[in-house]
Write a protein that binds this ligand. Structure first.
Ligand code: ATP
Ligand code: MG
Length: 493
């Protein structure tokens, strides 16, 4: 029976009296602040959405542009309790109908939405100092995690796009994760913990005066999952990937510019570092632009103008040096921006300059090995949905006996499994056969060659094949210092 105005005024009065005696204070965070969207409102919305379980009876759902995740929101007058540094606060989502619109340049939504934060008066300062910052930070994280990852490449050479960016990007949707990655579980856990420590280590890096970055060197035969590991890392941390094509970078200053244009929370990848530029020796690398061993990637070499005739003195080509690269990862420039991971991959760790391997440069050297028994179990589970214990004892025993001797890469094993994935038994039988064959072949090779020279011997052929595919003209890389000696001898003969 009361007219609405009177009802409103009475409520307001009681509210005021109540507030005077109340031990709480309230903060309103409205969706639209004047004419601008209130960033804090969106942040709170996102932050709270990470707390809500789907059990609520009514939730609002949103999916942002370029986002692959759906976020839950509170509907009208829902409340939620949160605790921060031992202090409990209450959030309420308040939705009211907007009164008939007066003229506005920008049409406002019919509903007026906002959050009300209720805090004990004594906790007010504690919370306002850090709680809202914390929410903003968390919201940024959530937003980033929900957004599609990006894969950047510098394949355009040195040219910039219309916004002055040297990187080109595409959405990165690689399905590889640490769950699907076949490798020793202990090693895998170690890497995952290392990554998490890094991502959560802001305070640590600050305290110890180190730039917030970390380097991983992945090495091992082709097809053992180095690239898959990088994708898994990116998916695990929610980082973007910058795939740096060193052959497209013409000099050290270009390299530096590229680095400056990378964002934080990203993985900067240089694949096949031993083939990319002549990194065999720091001093020599500079000299090599001159008359002696020309880099295989210099333009005239790339265009296939011949392997032998590359002794021109002109310096217009690729003149990145090892020291340039080290400055990129390690020097003063490496810390513009923060939270960055450098990953180098190589098939030949023994060909890298010790300077690159020195402690502190690449923090972790990860050997990606041939398929081991634990790795095989993961692959069997991935491709054939075999659980631990599903295999007959006899079969497991056979696999266990040959897997190490066979020295098959996870890529090869995957191939056998994929081919027969409809017939589980057939797939495993064929795998055992292939493994046995390989093991026998290896044994024979071993006998023929006498003493084995190194761990990597077995994949030299594969490696040469790969390089031949990459190189424009057969054997062009044989001018390079880093090229293996056997190649060189073959070429000379
Ligand atoms: N450890 C692994 N776990 C799961 N799948 C793997 C693994 N290693 C290889 N594979 C499979 O083999 C394919 C090739 O692997 P990947 O490209 O990661 O190898 P790589 O070590 O990067 O080889 P390269 O040295 O030639 O670059 C992948 O698509 C993946 O499906
Ligand atoms: Mg690879």
């Amino acid at each position: 029976l009361f007219p609405p105005e009177l009802r409103f005024a009475t409520l307001k009065f009681f509210n005021r009296v109540f507030n005077m005696f109340s031990s709480y204070c309230y903060f309103d965070i409205t969706e639209i602040d004047g004419v601008n969207t209130n960033e804090l409102y969106n942040a709170v919305q996102l932050y709270l959405s990470s707390y809500i379980s789907i059990s609520g009876s009514r939730l609002s759902l949103t999916r942002a542009l370029n986002s692959s995740a759906i976020t839950f929101g509170l509907t009208n007058n829902d409340t939620i309790i949160d605790t921060f540094n031992g202090v409990t606060v209450l959030w309420e989502h308040v939705v009211t109908q907007r009164q008939a619109q007066t003229f506005s340049w920008r049409p406002l939504p019919d509903e007026k939405r906002g959050f009300t934060l209720r805090i004990k008066k004594k906790d007010k300062n504690l919370i306002l100092d850090s709680y809202l910052d914390y929410i903003m930070e968390k919201a940024t994280d959530i937003k980033r995690n929900n957004q599609d990852r990006l894969l950047y490449t510098n394949s355009r050479g040195g040219s910039l796009d219309s916004r002055g960016h040297p990187w080109e990007s595409v959405p990165f949707k690689h399905p590889s994760t640490f769950d699907t990655l076949a490798m020793d579980p202990v090693k895998k856990t170690e890497i995952m913990e290392d990554l998490k420590d890094f991502a959560n280590g802001q305070a640590f890096y600050q305290r110890t005066g180190r730039a917030w970055k970390r380097g991983y060197l992945l090495y091992g035969p082709p097809g053992t999952g180095k690239s898959s590991m990088i994708a898994a890392m990116a998916n695990y941390l929610g980082y973007d990937i910058y795939d740096l094509e060193l052959t497209e970078v013409h000099n050290n200053s270009e390299l530096r510019k590229l680095l400056m244009k990378t964002s934080s929370k990203s993985i900067i990848v240089i694949e096949d570092i031993d083939c990319s530029i002549n990194l065999s020796d720091r001093k020599k690398a500079k000299g090599n632009n001159g008359s002696t061993g020309r880099s295989y990637y210099e333009p005239d070499m790339r265009s296939g103008s011949g392997c032998g005739g590359g002794s021109g003195g002109e310096d217009g080509g690729n003149s990145i040096t090892l020291s340039g690269l080290l400055n990129f990862t390690d020097g003063l420039w490496s810390c513009c921006g923060s939270e960055r991971i450098f990953v180098f991959t190589t098939n030949h760790i023994e060909k890298l300059d010790p300077a690159l391997l020195r402690s502190g440069r690449m923090d972790m050297h990860i050997f990606m090995s041939y398929c081991s028994l634990p790795a095989l179990k993961i692959l069997l589970n991935n491709y054939l949905a075999y659980e631990e214990g599903d295999l007959q004892d006899e079969m497991s025993k056979q696999l266990e006996d040959v897997i190490e001797k066979a020295e098959m890469t996870p890529a090869d094993v995957s191939e056998v499994l994929i081919k027969n994935r409809r017939h589980k038994e057939k797939a495993v039988n064929e795998l055992v056969e292939t493994l046995k064959e390989r093991a026998e072949r290896n044994l024979k090779d071993l006998k023929n060659s006498g003493v084995r020279e190194g761990d990597f011997e077995g994949f030299e052929d594969e490696e040469q094949e790969k390089r031949a595919l990459e190189s424009p003209k057969d054997g062009c890389d044989c001018d390079q210092d880093s090229c293996n000696k056997e190649d060189k001898e073959e070429k000379i003969n």
